[in-house]
Design a protein around this ligand. Structure first.
Ligand code: SF4
Length: 452
């Protein structure tokens, strides 16, 4: 029987379902929901009561062994990130953390592993062990490069190990990526700048700047003053020309699908080929990419792809000397996978109007996709996240109640011939984060379809 701190007990089958979903659909191996820190921004503390997000204790080795065959050896295996309703904690608190990694390495000798950690438990010895498990990279959720900032933002009473971890990882040759939740209204703008520079100087290959998010249940002190997000985007722009590592603000400010390079990683084929931040990718081996994601994937899949770039009004040709399947070494913001666009195209109702409900965050990129890919019978309607409220506006956190509020207004004639909803908002059983279900929407009487 299993435990869990969700709104009610999660039965064993429920836990198994979520674990399988994480492994099979996301290549994520969940280890534990427990954490050794208490970040003020942790989403665990900001959910409305009753949210279907589950805490879980360190998983038994036997169970993790059973999950391993569901992981795809052709994709990076991810540890320490949430992919389902299971709340991921700090992976290094798992008592068998290294046994699990060794098990994965034996089973998948060449598959890259990514470990996301708050860095508080990293030290010289365990960093040496991580180095021996290459190919393995670490995402440091550092959030602040000062002792004061780590204490304030993360409740880290012993910040020294985390602050020394980046240098130790670099010395041990473990590829490092940085992740920073921007809370300048709490820790100060200087702290934020210093942290981004610190990660860059420590050799981070990429740095994610996560813009502050909050729900209707967040403590007032967490809510950033108006204008903070805009200032964070401005800071990211300003530092792009200064830092060596690509700095990716998330969610990205995307109004179109133009494949613009955000940054280039050191020591990669893109760097050697002279690709620069700001380059527009016109073609990969003569094929015009449909989006940023398309440009990245085309370049990743091919051996020695020829890139046609637009730079300062000039056309530049270059070749990435790389293996098939190897990442190209440039970074782009995530916009749309053309496969998603094709799934929407095939779901359009012939001879009628199809309405697609999208999150507010995705509206501009779907508008761009509808015009670029000729989806003329598609109408788009943004959906507000009433359940979480605050600044939450991504599709994965929309609920049946949020969709219902919009659909109720569409019942009046002329109702659309079909309505498409983002499948990411629902689990495999049609359940949402608020305990509602896709099935409730059927009562509205408009034909509905979930699209991935
Ligand atoms: S390190 Fe991650 S899981 Fe732990 S408290 Fe902070 S945000 Fe939450």
């Amino acid at each position: 029987m299993i435990y869990l701190n969700g709104p009610g007990p999660l039965q064993v089958e429920g836990l198994h379902g979520l674990l399988l979903e994480a492994a099979r659909d996301h290549n994520v191996l969940p280890l534990t929901g427990r954490c050794n820190l208490s970040c003020c921004f942790c989403s665990h503390g900001q959910n409305p009561p009753g949210t279907r997000a589950f805490d879980f204790p360190p998983l038994e080795l036997e169970l993790l062994r059973e999950l391993a065959p569901y992981l795809d050896p052709g994709q990076k295996i991810i540890i320490g990130e949430s992919a389902t309703r299971l709340r991921e904690g700090e992976p290094l608190t798992h008592p068998h953390f290294f046994t699990i990694l060794e098990l994965l390495r034996r089973r998948f000798p060449a598959t890259p592993i990514q470990v996301t950690t708050n860095a508080a438990l990293l030290n010289r010895e365990n960093i040496g062990r991580l180095a021996s498990l290459a190919p393995l990279e670490v995402v440091l959720s550092l959030n602040s490069a000062t002792a004061r900032g780590r204490r304030l933002l993360m409740g880290d009473r012993r910040p020294r190990p985390a602050l020394g971890a980046a240098e130790l990882l670099a010395r041990a040759g473990v590829p490092l990526h940085g992740s920073v939740v921007a809370l300048p209204h709490l820790a100060g703008w200087d702290d934020l700048r210093q942290t981004l520079r610190f990660l860059d100087e420590a050799g981070a290959r990429t740095i994610r700047l996560l813009l502050p998010g909050y729900t209707r249940c967040s403590r007032p002190a967490l809510v950033p003053p108006p204008g903070t997000r805009e200032l964070c985007y401005r800071l990211a722009e300003e530092l792009k020309g200064v830092l060596r590592a690509p700095l990716l603000a998330e969610p990205p400010l995307i109004e179109n699908l133009d494949p613009v390079v955000e940054g280039v990683m050191e020591g990669t084929s893109a760097r050697r080929a002279g690709v620069c931040a700001g380059d527009l990718i016109l073609a990969v081996d003569g094929r015009q990419p449909g989006s940023r994601v398309d440009a990245f994937e085309l370049s990743r899949r091919k051996a020695n792809p020829r890139l046609s770039l637009q730079r300062d009004g000039r056309r530049v040709e270059t070749v990435l000397a790389k293996q098939k399947g190897e990442p190209p070494g440039f970074a782009v913001s995530y916009d749309l996978d053309p496969a998603q666009v094709e799934r929407v195209r095939s779901a359009l109702r012939p001879g009628g109007e199809t309405l697609m409900l999208v999150s507010r965050a995705a509206l501009a990129r779907w508008q761009a996709a509808a015009s670029r890919f000729g989806l003329s019978s598609l109408r788009l309607q943004p959906v507000e996240n009433l359940y979480f409220g605050g600044s939450i506006n991504c599709a994965g956190l929309l609920t049946a109640g949020d969709f219902k509020a919009v659909l109720a207004q569409k019942q009046a004639a002329p109702a659309p011939a079909r309505v498409l909803l983002p499948a990411v908002a629902f689990d495999r059983d049609g359940g949402d984060m608020a305990g509602g279900s896709f099935r409730e929407l059927a009562e509205i009487g408009i034909p509905l379809l979930l699209v991935r």
